[in-house]
Design a protein around this ligand. Sequence first.
Ligand code: NDP
Length: 266
Amino acid sequence: MNGWREWRDAVPSTYGVLGDPIHHSLSPKMHTALYEHLGLEFTYHAIRVPLEEFEQAIDHLTKLGLRGVNVTVPLKEAAFSWAQKHAKLETSAKLINTLDLVNRRATNTDIAALLKMLREFSAKKRILVLGAGGTASSLLKPLLEAGYQVSLWNRTLERAVSAIGDLPVPIAAQPIAETFEIVLNTTSASLSGEAPPVDWSGATCDAFDVSYAASGFTPFLAQAQAAGLRVADGRGMLVEQGALAFEWWTGKNAERSVMMKAIQCP
Ligand code: NDP
């Protein structure tokens, strides 16, 4: 199967990734490359699942024989509710990106992956997080625990307030890069070809986007690069979270370099 399918049209596979939209996902490429490298006769497909059809879709895909799935926007909370057993998570947010359909178990490999890639990209610690959705709200506490000095900006103020809860994280009224050492974009703006409205004037920070664009830079990273800054996109995170999911499902070691090679820009 090439590309992606609606869940009702899905064909049998071993694993897959569910989301809405899902056409942009590079996960099938990197998992397929890993299976070939390890000589496994597994398959991995991208499947569109609207949020309101999540339970129905999961039942259908389980009957079709899928052993596990990764889940992405906007299904992570629904995945948490569906699971009966949850691995110990770094975060209190009820969000899941990996399900074992056979045993109805769940885990989240995103946060460990993001922290690792952020640490490898930059040693700096004064960070502005953009966005207050699932990724940001899961990340704030682990960032503080890892010694980062964190501020948060979100388009919708109420959501920023709710993401912070009682954590010592100030809200930035405007996303002005100049006073920070790292600007971390966790918004989903690039899914609609947009960038959050960052003021890059005078900035000397590093810029990290959890999103990626199949054929190059996300709009956020294109702006940061034009401002002369060091940039990294979410491919490293994608590989790491996928590798951790594969290891959790199978107990085998994932070869990260093979996965990364499969999703490098043409
Ligand atoms: P959510 O839907 O939970 O949150 C989306 C956030 O983006 C909200 O804060 C929303 O703001 C903001 N936003 C959306 N559009 C815009 C815009 N045009 N301008 C400014 N802000 C905007 O998403 P998640 O946190 O779950 O995921 C965020 C992104 O991270 C997704 O693109 C996802 O694909 C990516 N991701 C990548 C991973 C990887 O492995 N590389 C792993 C996990 C996620 P508001 O509250 O105002 O609506």
